[in-house]
Design a protein around this ligand. Structure first.
Ligand SMILES: C[S@@+](CC[C@H](N)C(=O)[O-])C[C@H]1O[C@@H](n2cnc3c(N)ncnc32)[C@H](O)[C@@H]1O
Length: 219
């Protein structure tokens, strides 16, 4: 398949957005911080409760929808928490923009968009490249908590993890806190799994789309 040609203005906007995110993260995150990261934190129900239950853990939720982040921020403020932050960011861009010393101590993906149509599966966040990129920031033993009401998405991730050297399924792992999220409340049923980061080195992964095309040298 040919490479998609992106408009220069589009690429410039992305580059600018990523630079702004990098700067924001460098200011927000203490150096060498180990984060609890919630991907697609929605209305913030889970993370606010989690940060309250574990005050020593530094929690960051990212979502792409501003209104949800505003609601999350209000919940956090009402609870008077200083260990919980919400940021507007695309998950892959967030991961890429994390300052060098920052690591992930826990990763939460609760009801991530399932993209049910087959031709849209490529848009699902939990895929091999992204899991590899997560592994690059997660120390050995870091848990990834995944919950979904979409059986196809669940089976795909459950089948994928054992194929990766960087993660292993842990059927015995416990779920440290139960707090119903907005999407969980709407789901008639759901499934959960916990994957644990192994000691296998992560391979460098190109995770974010789209990237500026490579520079063309003199011809
Ligand atoms: C189905 S909702 C689940 C929200 C929440 N976790 C819950 O259980 O109620 C998925 C959330 O992920 C966010 N989201 C989707 N794709 C994302 C991405 N690539 N990066 C960050 N957030 C994303 C959406 O805006 C939405 O709030």
């Amino acid at each position: 398949m040919g490479r998609v040609a992106y408009q220069p203005e589009f690429l410039a906007r992305i580059t600018e957005r990523r630079a702004a995110l990098r700067a924001e993260l460098a200011t927000l995150l203490p150096p060498s911080q180990a984060l609890v990261w919630e991907i697609g934190s929605g209305h913030g129900h889970f993370l606010v409760q989690y940060a309250q239950a574990f005050p020593a853990k530094y929690c960051v939720g990212v979502d792409i929808i501003r209104d949800r982040l505003n609601r999350s921020g209000k919940k956090r403020d009402r609870a008077g928490l200083t260990n919980c932050h919400f940021l507007q960011a695309e998950a892959r861009e967030f991961l890429e923009a994390l300052p060098a010393g920052v690591t992930l101590r826990e990763i939460w993906a609760l009801f991530p968009d399932p993209w049910p149509k087959k031709r849209h599966h490529k848009n699902r966040i939990l895929q091999a490249d992204f899991l590899e990129a997560l592994a690059g920031r997660a120390g050995q033993g870091t848990p990834l908590y995944f919950r979904t009401d979409h059986t196809g998405y669940f089976s795909a991730v459950a089948a994928l993890i054992p194929e990766l050297k960087t993660w292993r399924l842990d059927p015995a792992a416990s779920w440290p806190l139960e707090k119903e999220t907005v999407f969980q409340a709407r789901a008639p049923a759901y499934q959960s799994l916990v994957a644990i980061r192994t000691s296998h080195p992560a391979r460098p992964a190109e995770i974010t789309a789209p990237r500026p095309p490579p520079r063309v040298g003199p011809r």
